[in-house]
Design a protein around this ligand. Structure first.
Ligand SMILES: Cc1cc2nc3c(=O)[nH]c(=O)nc-3n(C[C@H](O)[C@H](O)[C@H](O)COP(=O)(O)OP(=O)(O)OC[C@H]3O[C@@H](n4cnc5c(N)ncnc54)[C@H](O)[C@@H]3O)c2cc1C
Length: 502
């Protein structure tokens, strides 16, 4: 690039979030010119890569951190319901793309996989029972099963019951409509489809070094072509910073006042991975347990069946750890470079208020391999050490944001931080993550393009893509049922239909 090319939309980063937003925008306004700039040599090489995340289609079926217990023993399922119905938005978008032929075969990225929660010990059993009572009463969780029977849980997931003391109190819930999603494969499918369309340009090995607003209101983006070793410029009307762990740095560079004071807290991840077919064939579920005291919510241990590139493996973890890197492929100085005068106070406040978390993460780093394996054995007592190996997961950067009362707070969700004139928005944070990419994409549309989301603008097409757009599926049981019935057969038939009948 030698002179500034003028583009409608620049998407920085080629992960699932840019792929999803780009898909929405191009469907809604086919004439848009879109440029995707990615520093690495392909899409989905960071968090969205299939081995870098757990591939859970997060519908808050099994993740116990979304359902806190109240002091009176009852369980608050409001957050779970939100996540559950956010996943319905992704289901609708994916089903639309399959129906229109943009995704040839859903089995290339999504597989049925029962979602289970599993606990042991009196207190945890009582919690799971109360959680089941609250959830199964809601239409969103119709079909959820509960068991305290060793034999029955052993049928659901044999590995977790083998070698367990017969008198141990255990409990499990199961939803057989859960999914395993290869977000890496999905990102590829979405970008393949986008790249075929006129006006879309995907540039790999292009590093966005800087961005600033021009007098005309457009954004001037400085990009280094790592292959050609040249630096060029692009101007864009609208910029989405979907750079994952790199988003904070670019938000800081954009210098929009809305971004001032934000910081990031990186958490690394390690898996134990098993490819031994005689083992993996005996585990057809994602089994989530209870997080250890002081641990961040995303480090809840789980034993997952994964289907990646047509092969089945098991992943256990993630073991969270302390890192100063914001991206797997980035530099160890990321954390230090992100500190600026505006965010020192929030960052210090978070360090002061989260001693438990820091201790937990440092403790995880210091854990021996034997100790890590010991945690797997709490789930799968007869696991054989030589069938498991360590694998490095993606990094997640949690949001530190300014707070009037505390100076700063640490947040585990995601947040869209955008300029007042709606010309730029950055996605910070990482949870629930890829599963809710459609929800996040719709959030960008609402935040930055409200004048286009009208009956004479994008709304009719958007309702074709997301038939339940604007409908609250937590309240509208009939609509929820209809959407799930509609999308289930399109997104991998048998299992989901059978589950609905259950
Ligand atoms: C251990 C772990 C487990 C997870 N499990 C799940 C799960 O089970 N289910 C789920 O839904 N989600 C899960 N997630 C979260 C999910 O992976 C992320 O939310 C999602 O992949 C983020 O997508 P993204 O597109 O924002 O970022 P990424 O996929 O990280 O993509 C960002 C891209 O931006 C590029 N980039 C960065 N800086 C620049 C720059 N300056 N110029 C050009 N390009 C740049 C990067 O190279 C990268 O390719 C998990 C994450 C981790 C780490």
């Amino acid at each position: 690039m030698t002179e500034a090319a003028a583009i409608d939309v620049v998407l920085i980063g080629a992960g699932i979030m840019s792929a999803t937003l780009g898909t929405f925008l191009k469907e809604l306004e086919p004439s848009l010119s879109i440029s995707v700039l990615e520093v690495l040599s392909d899409c989905a090489l960071e968090s969205s890569g299939s081995w870098n995340n757990a591939g859970t289609g997060h519908a808050a079926n099994c993740e116990l951190n979304y359902t806190p217990q109240r002091p009176d023993g009852s369980v608050d399922i409001s957050k779970a319901l939100e996540v559950n119905t956010e996943f319905d938005l992704s289901r609708q978008l994916w089903a639309y793309l399959v129906r229109k032929g943009a995704i040839a075969d859903p089995r290339d990225f999504i597989h049925p996989c029962p979602h289970m929660s599993f606990v042991w010990g009196e207190t945890n059993v009582a919690f799971l029972k109360a959680r089941f009572k609250a959830m199964s009463a809601n239409h969103c969780y119709r079909g959820m099963e509960y068991s305290e029977s060793h034999a029955e849980i052993g049928q659901w997931a044999p590995l977790i019951m083998e070698g367990r003391p017969a008198d141990q109190r255990v409990a499990a819930t199961r939803i057989i409509t859960g999914t395993d999603v290869s977000y890496g494969a999905l990102t590829h499918l979405l970008f393949d489809h986008l790249a075929k369309q006129p006006g879309v340009n995907l540039s790999y090995r292009h590093h966005v070094r800087n961005l600033k607003r021009t007098d005309g209101g457009r954004w001037l983006i400085e990009v280094e072509d790592l292959q050609a070793r040249t630096v060029g410029e692009i101007t864009a009307k609208f910029v989405f910073i979907g750079a994952g762990g790199g988003a904070l740095e670019l938000l800081q560079k954009s210098n929009i006042p809305e971004g001032h004071g934000y910081g990031g807290f990186p958490v690394s991840g390690i898996w134990l991975r098993c490819d031994a077919q005689e083992v993996v064939e005996r585990h057809d579920a994602k089994v989530y347990g209870k997080a250890a005291e002081g641990s961040p919510p995303m480090s809840v241990p789980h034993l997952d069946r994964r289907v990646i590139d047509g092969k089945i493996s098991l992943l256990f973890g993630p073991y969270a750890g302390f890192t100063t890197r914001f991206l797997k492929h980035d530099s160890l100085t990321d954390l230090f470079r992100s500190i600026e005068p505006g965010n020192i106070r929030p960052m210090l406040a978070v360090a002061r208020d989260n001693v438990d978390l820091s201790e937990y993460l440092i403790g995880q780093v210091l854990q021996s391999k034997q100790h890590q394996f010991g945690i797997l054995q709490q789930f799968y007592a007869t696991a054989s050490r030589d069938e498991w190996r360590l694998a490095v997961a993606g990094d997640r950067v949690q949001i530190i944001k300014p707070d009037k009362d505390h100076g700063g707070v640490l947040e585990f969700g995601t947040e869209l931080v955008g300029s007042e004139d709606r010309s730029l928005v950055a996605l910070l944070g990482a949870s629930p993550g890829a599963s809710t990419a459609a929800f996040i994409g719709l959030g960008v549309l609402r935040k930055c393009f409200p004048d286009r989301l009208t009956a004479s603008g994008w709304l009719p097409k958007l309702k074709e893509i997301i038939p339940a757009y604007g409908v609250n599926l937590i309240e509208d049981a009939a609509a929820c049922d209809r959407i799930r019935a509609d999308t289930a057969p399109v997104l991998n038939r048998q299992h989901l239909i059978a589950a609905r009948a259950a």
